[in-house]
Write a protein that binds this ligand. Structure first.
Ligand code: SIN
Length: 325
């Protein structure tokens, strides 16, 4: 039977245009989802597509209001027997954050796929339609459910927890860490690298009514503790440090962050380095810190928001969620 996919448009470069095939200064979020699906139709791919515009913006402007709309639409589509899978077109800049937030707040029953492009729809060598055709191939596959939210880019499928944008402009901008891609895909083939690990699993967190304030601090040589003091003074409920190497920091920052943790803020040690674990260290318990493990600062921030919105402020309990796949 022909599969039916709900396609939720949010904008980004996949919906971007410059009005010329060679101009660099295109604008994201220009093409309405129904027009985009009109350009997919001639590819002759076997599936029914229904489009719905959630937003049409550059993903740098995405936040709670769009996430809430998106989440609500996906939950409805998951319950609706009409739809076999949900595809979200999205800007690549914050795709990893949207993917991770949805991954933690949706059941893992029907496939949910986020797809974007690095080149605008009217650019020479545009990758949007190719990525979208690949997303359709994943959406229709019987082995796709049970892998959480996935991101499809450049002939690879990544899991929401591992995926990150690692290049500013190349079509191969996305990487997975610590797990690399979970499948290779083309419009006519799909090869999974392992078994689903979240079959039939319920959402891990409720979608929050609001996202608590989290300060993000980027470590640098000569960093002064006043930055931590300012974050606390502005009312942040948690702090993510993009630390050095394995989540290291100057002694003065350690002292200031320990004080913040003692005052009840959840403090996460992540890293400004692109790959590698920030593992639990002997001092973490004494300082009241949580180790980000494989989560980069931007995903650590989302997890912290979900934990705090769920009333979890205990570092040991928070650590369990940072350890989870
Ligand atoms: C955006 O994230 O909306 C712009 C960049 C992109 O989609 O590649």
């Amino acid at each position: 039977m022909t599969k039916h996919f709900l396609v939720l448009g949010t904008g980004g470069t996949i919906a971007g245009s410059a009005g010329s095939a060679i101009r660099r200064d295109y604008r994201p979020g220009q093409i309405a989802i129904d027009d985009f699906l009109g350009s997919v139709a001639p590819l002759g791919l076997e599936a029914r597509l229904s489009g719905r515009q959630i937003a049409n913006m550059g993903s740098e402007d995405i936040g709670w209001p769009v996430w809430h709309k998106l989440h609500t639409a996906i939950v409805q589509a998951m319950k609706d027997p009409e739809f076999d899978a949900i595809i979200v077109t999205h800007g690549t800049d914050t795709a990893e954050e949207t993917a991770f937030l949805l991954d933690r707040t949706l059941p893992s029953t029907k496939p949910v796929i986020i797809v974007g492009a690095m080149r605008a729809a009217d650019a020479v060598g545009s990758d949007g339609l190719r990525n979208f055709a690949n997303a359709m191939q994943v959406a229709g596959d019987r082995h796709a459910p049970g892998r959480g939210v996935m991101v499809v880019m450049n002939d690879f499928v990544h899991s929401a927890r591992d995926v990150r944008k690692a290049h500013t402009s190349g079509t191969d901008a996305f990487r997975g860490f610590p797990r690399g891609p979970i499948a290779m895909v083309t419009p006519s083939s799909l090869e999974w690298f392992g078994e689903p690990w979240r079959r039939g699993e319920e959402a891990r967190f409720a979608f929050p009514e609001r996202l608590p304030e989290i300060a993000m601090l980027y470590a640098f040589a000569g960093m002064e503790p006043v930055l931590v003091e300012q974050a606390v003074a502005t009312g942040a409920k948690g702090i993510v440090l993009a630390g050095f190497g394995t989540g290291n920091m100057p002694q003065t920052i350690r002292a200031a962050l320990s004080e913040a943790a003692a005052a009840g803020l959840l403090v996460v040690r992540s890293t400004r380095v692109d790959e590698g674990l920030v593992d639990i260290e002997p001092d973490d318990a004494a300082c009241g810190f949580v180790a980000a493990r494989a989560l980069n600062p931007q995903k650590s921030r989302i997890l912290l928001q979900l934990l705090l919105a769920d009333g979890i402020a205990d570092p040991a309990r928070a650590q369990q969620e940072f350890n989870r796949r």
